[in-house]
Design a protein around this ligand. Structure first.
Ligand code: GLN
Length: 468
C-alpha cells in the first residue's frame, strides 16, 4: 500500500492513528535484536502522534504527509535526538537545529520515528562499521543488510518505518535497499538539500529515499526536494512530480550492460538481471546491449576521489568543536591526535590516511588528479550512452548479502559490490534500485536516468514494478 493511501486511511478514520503507532512501538521493541535504532523514544513519538490526532479531531488542515512514519539515518540532523554518525567521536553530540529536509517533513505532518544505525560516517557497504555494532538484515538475521544506510533499509524492510531517509555517496542508499529487497532512490545531485546532513565526500553526496514501493517516493520528494538557500548546489525550482497515467514502456529505449563476465556477478544477480530484461522487452521496451569500457574501474577510482574528500571533511572532528575529547593530552597536538585516534574506527582512519596521501603536495596531488580524470571519463561514458537511450539498466549490487562477520576486514571486496552504483554519483545522475521480489533476498536492478529526468525515472520504475 502506498503512503498516500495510508494517509487517506488515517484521515478518514478507517485506521486509528494512535493505535497504529502503539503497534509500531511494540514492533520496534520486538525487533530490538536487529540493532536498527540508535536513538528512539516512544514518548517523543507518541507526543507527536497525539498532537497530530488533535489536529485531525479539530478538523484542522492536514499536511500532505499526515501520519507518515519516517526513520532517519544518523547523519541527518534532527533536533532533540543524538546525531552520532555511527561513531564514538559523536557519541554524545546533539544538534541544535533540524536539517532542512526534516523541517519540511514536519511541516507536512510526518512522524519522525527516530535515528537509525549506519556504517561509521557512511563509510562502508555492509552496516558493520558502526561503533554501535552491526545492523542485521530483517529478511535473514545472519546476513548483512548492506550499507552504509543499514538501519534505513532494515527499518523499511522490517515494516517498522514506511519511509527512510538515507545518504548516498557511492551507493549507500541503493546497496542496502538491494540487500534488504526494498526500493532505494538516489535523486539527481542538487535535487535535495544537504543542509544539516553530515558531509562525507561533498562532490558525490546526495540524500536518498527508501520505501517498500516506488509510488510512495513521489509525495516525499515533492516535500523535501527543491531549492534551499542553505545549500548552494540545490536546483532553483521546487519539485512537483506526478504519476503519469499515460506512461508506457512501449518504445522506451534502454541500454543494458554487455560482457557481463568481467563484473563477476553472483549467479542469482545475473539471472535476475536477465529476467528483468525479458520482462521489459515483453512490455515493449527497446533493449540494446552497450559495451561500457570504464565502468569496471569505478570503485578503484571512487576510492581515490572519495578518500581525498573524506580526509578533508573529517578534519573538523578535532575534540574542540564537536563530540568526544580525549582525557589523555598534554599539548594541543596531543589533544587532536589522541581524540582522533580514540574516537574514529578503523575504516574511517584508513580512509583519512589514504586521502591524505592522495592529496599530498609532495607528489603534486598526482593520484588525486589522475582520479579526477578517470572520474570524468566514466561520467562522460555514461552520459554519452544516455544521449542515445532513455535509461540504462544495470544490476544494483554485483553480489548478494553475505554473512555478518565474513570478510568484515576485507575493505576491497566490500567496495567492489558497488561497481554499478558509483558511476551514478560520479556523474550526478538519478537512479533507483528495484528488487525483483520485494522483501525476498535476491537480485535488484538499477535504472539510471538523465540528469534532472527524475520524474520520468520514477514513472518508469513504477511501471516496471507493476509488471513484476
Ligand atoms: N559503500 C561505499 C563506501 O564504502 C559507499 C558509501 C556511501 O555511499 N556513503 O564508501
Amino acid at each position: 500500500m502506498d503512503i498516500l493511501s495510508i494517509r487517506e486511511d488515517f484521515v478518514s478514520g478507517k485506521v486509528d492513528l494512535v493505535s497504529f503507532y502503539d503497534d509500531v512501538i511494540k514492533k520496534i521493541d520486538d525487533k530490538k535484536d536487529l540493532n536498527i535504532f540508535l536513538d528512539f523514544s516512544k514518548e517523543k513519538v507518541m507526543e507527536r502522534v497525539n498532537f497530530l490526532n488533535e489536529k485531525l479531531k479539530n478538523g484542522e488542515k492536514l499536511g500532505s504527509l499526515f501520519g507518515i512514519s519516517v526513520s532517519v539515518k544518523d547523519n541527518i540532523l534532527v533536533k532533540g535526538y543524538k546525531n552520532t554518525c555511527g561513531s564514538k567521536i559523536l557519541e554524545n553530540f546533539s544538534p541544535i537545529f533540524n536539517a532542512t529536509i526534516i523541517d519540511r517533513l514536519l511541516e507536512e505532518d510526518a512522524v519522525i520515528l527516530g535515528k537509525v544505525n549506519m556504517d561509521e560516517f557512511a563509510m562502508g557497504g555492509s552496516g558493520e562499521t558502526s561503533y554501535f555494532g552491526a545492523t542485521k538484515n530483517p529478511l535473514d538475521e545472519s546476513l548483512i543488510p548492506g550499507g552504509s544506510s543499514s538501519g534505513s533499509a532494515s527499518s523499511v524492510s522490517a515494516d517498522l518505518a514506511m519511509i527512510s531517509l538515507g545518504s548516498d555517496t557511492g551507493g549507500s542508499v541503493r546497496n542496502p535497499a538491494s540487500f534488504c529487497a526494498c526500493v532505494g532512490y538516489k535523486p539527481t545531485y542538487g535535487m535535495i538539500s544537504r543542509y544539516g546532513v553530515v558531509s562525507m565526500a561533498s562532490s558525490l553526496d546526495q540524500v536518498g529515499i527508501l520505501s517498500n514501493d516506488v509510488k510512495s517516493i513521489l509525495p516525499i520528494i515533492n516535500v523535501i526536494g527543491g531549492f534551499d538557500e542553505m545549500d548552494a548546489v540545490t536546483m532553483r525550482d521546487a519539485v512537483n512530480f506526478k504519476e503519469d497515467s499515460e506512461f508506457s514502456l512501449n518504445g522506451i529505449k534502454i541500454a543494458t550492460v554487455s560482457n557481463l563476465e568481467q563484473y563477476e556477478l553472483d549467479e542469482v544477480v545475473l539471472n535476475d538481471y536477465k529476467k528483468a530484461i525479458e520482462n521489459l522487452k515483453n512490455q515493449g521496451a527497446i533493449i540494446e546491449e552497450v559495451d561500457f569500457k570504464y565502468i569496471k574501474h569505478s570503485t578503484n577510482v571512487y576510492n581515490v576521489v572519495m578518500s581525498s574528500e573524506v580526509s578533508s571533511n573529517m578534519s573538523r572532528f578535532d575534540g574542540i568543536r564537536y563530540g568526544y575529547r580525549t582525557e589523555n593530552y598534554e599539548s594541543t597536538r596531543e589533544l587532536f591526535t589522541n581524540t582522533r585516534s580514540e574516537g574514529f574506527g578503523e575504516e574511517v582512519k584508513r580512509r583519512i590516511a589514504m586521502g591524505t596521501f592522495y592529496l599530498a603536495s609532495s607528489n603534486n596531488q598526482a593520484l588525486y588528479k589522475k582520479g579526477l580524470e578517470v572520474r570524468d571519463l566514466i561520467s562522460k561514458e555514461v552520459n554519452e550512452v544516455l544521449s542515445s537511450y532513455d535509461f540504462i539498466l544495470t544490476p544494483t549490487t554485483t553480489c548478494l548479502p553475505r554473512k555478518i562477520g565474513d570478510e568484515k576486514d576485507n575493505a576491497l571486496s566490500a567496495y567492489a559490490g558497488d561497481t554499478f552504483n558509483v558511476p551514478v554519483n560520479f556523474a550526478g545522475l538519478p537512479a533507483i534500485s528495484v528488487p525483483l521480489n520485494l522483501k525476498k533476498i535476491g537480485g535488484s536492478v538499477q535504472f539510471i536516468g538523465k540528469r534532472f529526468d527524475d520524474e520520468k525515472l520514477l514513472n518508469l520504475a513504477m511501471n516496471f514494478e507493476r509488471g513484476l
